[in-house]
Design a binder for this molecule. Structure first.
Ligand code: ZN
Length: 491
């Protein structure tokens, strides 16, 4: 209070302690004298509640004590003190309540971050502005436990075994992947449970595949043509467009043009995904298996041999194992991330691509590059060159006669076929055969390239050349005969 307002003999509230979160404590004092310079001498009528011991800024007083105090510590006339204290209390309580609400809100948001909820509507956005390394690691560890719960793994898994699956994707995306039904029941539309089915299955396949490193039966490893479809191609196109809008370009590993006899669906996937790595199971047999196939023992999918998908597209269908349908996707975890990005993009009406979504595609590309690094496979292989060279100007219907002309032996019946040709037809077949064998030879590196065939090379020379090249390339190029001669209708 102001010194001028103080009256000697009247009683006032003198503040003995002011705490941060409660009304100040006050003693009841009577003014003995007003001393000037902001001071007054008072006698303590009632010391009031004692301030906490050693509290900072506390000014404890004793009953009947006479002390000089600062007049600014005299709060108000004593009969007003009760009301004033009550109103300070009310203000403080209101402020505390507001703060508590704010914290509760934050806590609720934090807690919700890891709640696996199948009915959750697909969020508008998954990108987060800030990701703190420590929190992020904690949340991923917590998701490991959620994974065990969501898939009912019980004692069959420990959270650390799940760590390799719960990487790269934003935590909230992983949380929503776990909300899918483990029995493949698709949730109600527009929920996360409906959106993330493909990625959830891939993660689960990756988990199962990782469990059994040495034996067989390490799970169904999906074939890319069953897994991927129109939306995936459209998404890759959209990424290309996005990047082009800002003046850049994303280069994919080159995939050669493929001949017409390759399955049409697969051929349509080749420009966008032909470079994907497929894992091949170990076998000494003729057939190609996936590392998860029950009919072969195999190494873990990431330790098995692998090849680009376009190369498998050229194989005879009979070469693919009927049980496992042949080699499957190698990099299951990055692939799970990619299909999650596509499915979210599609569910949102294909309208925009978040940062994490583009990242999944680039990650798939870099995983494929890392896999190739292991086997020192260059961007363009000899097989690539040969396929590209032979796909150009393939002979179509004319190929059969040319094939018969070079492949005739004592043991097949091609000689008979050739006998039915008129001399001009036979000459045409010879020309086609010579051209094709020349094209093939020109695709070879100079160290392996035979001498050029003369224009007039006769059938015997062509047959020798054909036999030589076929032997040279038997382990390099699948279906060399079809690449050379098309052979429409052949199976
Ligand atoms: Zn198989």
């Amino acid at each position: 209070m102001k010194q001028a307002d103080l009256l000697v003999g009247n009683e006032y509230a003198f503040q003995t302690y002011k705490s941060y979160n409660a009304a100040p404590l006050a003693a009841r004092v009577r003014i003995v004298s007003v001393d000037g310079r902001g001071k007054a001498t008072v006698r303590v009528v009632d010391p009031g509640k004692k301030p906490p011991k050693n509290a900072w800024g506390a000014r404890p007083v004793k009953r009947n004590e006479q002390v000089q105090v600062a007049t600014r510590d005299i709060v108000c006339p004593w009969d007003e003190w009760a009301d004033r204290a009550a109103s300070i209390d009310a203000d403080l309580a209101a402020r505390a309540a507001k703060q508590r609400e704010w914290w509760d809100d934050i806590e609720r948001q934090q807690a919700d971050r890891l709640v696996v909820n199948p009915e959750r509507a697909l969020p508008e956005e998954y990108d987060e502005e800030h990701v703190y390394a420590e929190t992020d690691a904690d949340e991923r560890a917590a998701l490991g436990k959620e994974y065990i719960k969501a898939r009912g793994l019980g004692i069959y898994a420990t959270p650390d075994k799940l760590t390799p699956l719960l990487v790269d994707l934003p935590v909230l995306v992983l949380r929503d992947i776990l909300a899918t039904n483990p029995h493949r029941r698709i949730g109600s539309a527009d929920t996360v449970a409906a959106t993330f089915m493909r990625s959830a299955e891939l993660l689960e396949q990756a988990r199962v595949a990782a469990m059994d490193r040495h034996g067989h039966a390490s799970g169904d490893i999906p074939q890319p043509d069953r897994l991927l479809g129109e939306a995936d191609i459209a998404f890759v196109d959209a990424i290309h467009e996005n990047i082009a809008v800002s003046g850049g370009e994303l280069l994919l590993p080159p995939v050669p043009a493929l001949p017409d006899w390759v399955d049409e669906h697969e051929r349509s996937m080749a420009p966008s995904f032909g470079w994907l790595r497929l894992a091949v199971g170990d076998t000494s047999g003729e057939r190609l298996h996936s590392p998860g196939c029950r009919s072969v023992r195999s190494r873990h999918v990431l330790e098995a041999d692998h090849m680009p998908w376009w190369l498998l597209m050229l194989e005879k269908p009979q070469r693919l194992c009927g049980r496992c349908d042949g080699p499957g996707v190698r990099d299951l975890v990055p692939m799970a991330g990619f299909v999650a990005a596509v499915d979210v993009w599609h569910a949102r009406g294909r309208d925009r691509i978040e940062r994490w979504q583009q990242a999944t595609f680039q990650r798939l590309l870099s995983t494929a590059a890392a896999a190739r690094t292991q086997m020192l496979e260059p961007d363009i292989t000899l097989t690539w060159r040969i396929v590209a060279a032979l796909t150009d100007n393939a002979p179509g219907e004319n190929g059969w006669a040319a094939y018969a002309a070079v492949a005739a032996t004592r043991w097949n019946r091609f000689d008979e076929e050739l006998g039915k040709l008129t001399p001009p037809e036979l000459e045409a077949a010879r020309v086609v055969a010579r051209d094709r064998l020349t094209t093939l030879a020109e695709a070879l590196p100079s160290s392996q390239r035979p001498l050029p065939l003369p224009q007039a090379a006769d059938l015997n020379v062509l047959r020798q050349r054909y036999t030589h090249l076929k032997k040279l390339l038997q382990d390099t190029v699948p279906q060399l005969d079809r690449l050379l001669f098309t052979l429409p209708g052949a199976i």
